[in-house]
Design a protein around this ligand. Structure first.
Ligand SMILES: *Cc1c(COP(=O)(O)O)cnc(C)c1O
Length: 661
């Protein structure tokens, strides 16, 4: 039946989604009806002795009838109008990062909407805020963040956001709070005339209290340094002195002073943020929002695989250290938005260790908004990492050694952004951020900073109450329904190779198949066109560059690809039936290519030498996200959707090149 089933996950996947033809509509309907019924009983049973407010007689009133009719009409129009939406569900859709939705997530979302809980705090959310923290735990476990004991302050934690964008903003905020705290701590002690040399701070700073030394305290030492200092203060100076110190420190923080006063006070350059040039534009938005400024993001080149280049990173760090410019953090991308490529996270972690030896430290954040869920396929059921050899038996090319190494290093980074609403197959909005240590949340608390519990001894702080979520995160009111949706999806599909990993595995198989067949197509059309992937896919996003044989002009090359893309461009103005297939595009800016990579690409596409070295030069690329679960299923005439796509592509290439000549 299915020509290509490299494994037998088909039935598993078929039960997970509504299906391209809404094959599972009946069970979805059943579950929704059950949810609505059960919810209604809940309402009725809250106080069964109460009288109904809406009587049957009322339903005969003209006003009632009118409102009902208006609602019905509006809903009908709405339904019609929504038909112009993007058909994400279809295996003919190979465009952006969206696809069909997991059934439990859909029902969870609708059910959650009925209860309408607000996850800003425990009082307004009840169970759904617990579910949100459980989601954070499951993501943390998938990434390899270690839990310690049940309530340990150095356990990881995570929560949902509206998306990867806001998660990235929050990462900046958390890293700033953490990395700049030692400066405030020292300033607080100074302002109270405390003998710093006697305080634990002195030991943590190795006897040097300079601003440079303070800002380079390794991330893992900041909270212990703070706790030790507060404990010491309590013992040596008493409780009132400790409270005075806490206030003084709070008033010395960047959060209180603002960046301009803070850096002027310490005669310190503002720290920069390092990110590969392939980073998502939310980082640029974040730099604007935080007042850091876009120029404070230092872009690091990517190599010919479109991954952060480690040599350039090390050179950049060296230069910054020599110039005494502090580094807030280095971001690496686990799954670039444009190309799906994965940065060498392990090398960034290694660079941090090496530079810390030399007195320069920085935070490490991973933007895994796209690729985060890929990690599920790397995990055994017991949470351990699968061996490279074991994984190679399951796939043809995946994962490369570097990808395996990058994944293994995720547990050592400080924070990770991941989007359940992308490769997690759940409804919008659902982004997430996960932190390696929950203790860091203390530095975010808005009101009533550090409430010391009288009954607590030794000047220790009371445990964090993360359920009061709004105190620790950027957002305020937020949908409990999102948390419910993700939580139930994770319950049905646990984040390891036997759960969610089986869905991810399909997308990897699809990509490998696509890859092989594209090579075959390129060979078949070698007299007509150059067709190639500018870089090997690390995940399930593929990009294709095309040029007509004999053409060496970059503009004509781009015009050709653009014309091909126009045949698969989604247009909200016309019915989906008119489109055979849907793709997306991206453009590869020459600034993202090393000179070597640019020359290789020019050569492979038959372009003029140096065509890619002029200002603003870029190559227009077809881009396809291969996350739809049914791409390797038969469409018609024994062809699956990938084959169908490639035949379609072949025809467009032939037709357009012929018209052109
Ligand atoms: C999609 C994406 C983002 C932004 O996430 P949203 O959910 O769209 O806000 C950030 N970083 C990367 C790498 C992404 O792919």
């Amino acid at each position: 039946m299915n020509k290509y089933s490299p494994d037998d996950d088909s039935a598993f996947v078929d039960a997970a989604f509504l299906g391209p033809m809404a094959e599972n509509a009946q069970i979805l309907e059943e579950w929704i009806v059950q949810a609505v019924r059960d919810y209604s009983y809940w309402r009725r049973n809250a106080h069964p002795e109460d009288q109904a407010a809406i009587t049957t007689a009322t339903t005969l009133h003209p006003d009632y009838i009118e409102v009902k009719a208006r609602t019905e009409d509006a809903l009908r129009r709405l339904s019609a109008r929504m038909k112009r939406s993007v058909p994400w569900f279809s295996p003919r859709y190979m465009g952006h990062m969206s696809s069909d939705l997991l059934l439990p997530a859909v029902v969870g979302r609708l059910l959650g909407t009925l209860y309408n809980t607000n996850n800003v705090s425990l009082d307004s959310a009840g169970p759904s805020v617990e579910m949100e923290l459980e989601v954070g735990d499951s993501l943390a476990t998938m990434f390899g963040f270690k839990g310690h004991t049940a309530s340990a302050q150095n356990n990881p934690w995570g929560h949902l956001t509206s998306g990867g964008t806001v998660a990235n903003y929050e990462a900046i905020r958390y890293l700033e709070a953490l990395r700049l705290y030692p400066l405030a701590l020292v300033q607080g002690l100074k302002s109270l005339d405390i003998d710093i040399e006697k305080s634990p701070v002195f030991k943590y700073l190795g006897g040097n209290t300079s601003a440079w030394k303070c800002i380079n305290v390794p991330v893992d030492n900041v909270m212990p340094m703070r706790a030790d200092t507060f404990g010491w203060m309590y013992h040596t100076h008493g409780k009132d002195a400790l409270l005075e110190l806490i206030t003084a420190v709070e008033e010395s923080r960047i959060e209180h002073l603002g960046a301009a006063r803070f850096y002027a006070l310490h005669e310190l350059e503002q720290p920069v943020l390092i990110a590969p040039v392939s980073a998502h534009y939310s980082w640029s938005k974040g730099a604007k929002l935080t007042g850091m400024g876009r120029s404070q993001i230092i872009g690091v080149d990517v190599d010919e695989r479109m991954r952060l280049d480690v040599t350039t990173l090390n050179r950049t760090l060296e230069k910054l250290q020599n110039d005494k410019i502090p580094v807030l953090a280095c971001v690496s991308v686990y799954g670039t938005t444009e190309f799906g490529t994965l940065d060498p996270v392990h090398e960034v972690v290694k660079a941090r260790k090496a530079f810390e030896q030399r007195g320069l430290s920085f935070g490490v954040h991973v933007d895994a908004a796209w690729g985060g869920y890929l990690v599920s396929v790397f995990r055994n059921e017991d949470g351990s990492l699968r061996s490279l050899d074991g994984m190679r038996k399951q796939f043809k090319y995946f994962p490369s050694t570097e990808v395996h190494q990058a994944t293994a290093a995720l547990g050592e980074v400080d924070s990770i952004t991941v989007d359940p609403h992308k490769l997690g197959f759940v409804p919008y909005p659902a982004g997430a951020i996960v932190y390696r240590q929950r203790d860091w949340a203390r530095l975010q608390i808005e009101a009533a900073p550090y409430v010391f519990d009288q009954t607590q001894e030794e000047g220790k702080e009371s445990p964090l109450s993360l359920q009061q979520l709004g105190r620790y995160i950027l957002e305020g009111s937020k949908p409990g329904a999102s948390a419910i949706s993700v939580a139930v999806a994770h319950e049905v599909f646990p984040l390891h190779k036997e759960g969610f990993g089986r869905i991810i595995a399909q997308t990897v198989h699809t990509t490998e198949r696509f890859h092989d067949r594209l090579d075959a197509l390129a060979h078949r059309l070698r007299d007509v066109a150059h067709i190639l992937m500018p870089f090997e896919p690390d995940t399930n996003v593929v990009c294709i560059a095309i040029n007509a044989v004999g053409n060496s002009d970059l503009e004509r090359c781009n015009a050709l690809t653009r014309a091909i893309f126009d045949t698969m461009r989604f247009d909200p103005g016309s019915p989906t039936q008119t489109l055979e297939l849907i793709g997306s595009f991206t453009s590869l800016d020459h600034k993202r290519l090393t000179p070597d990579a640019a020359h290789r690409l020019e050569h492979a596409l038959g372009l003029q030498e140096n065509a890619l070295s002029t200002e603003n030069a870029h190559v227009f690329l077809l881009r396809h996200t291969l996350m739809n679960p049914w791409l390797l299923r038969e469409a018609e005439h024994d062809l699956d959707y990938v084959e169908r796509y490639l035949l379609f592509l072949e025809k467009q290439i032939r037709d357009i090149i012929q018209q052109d000549s």
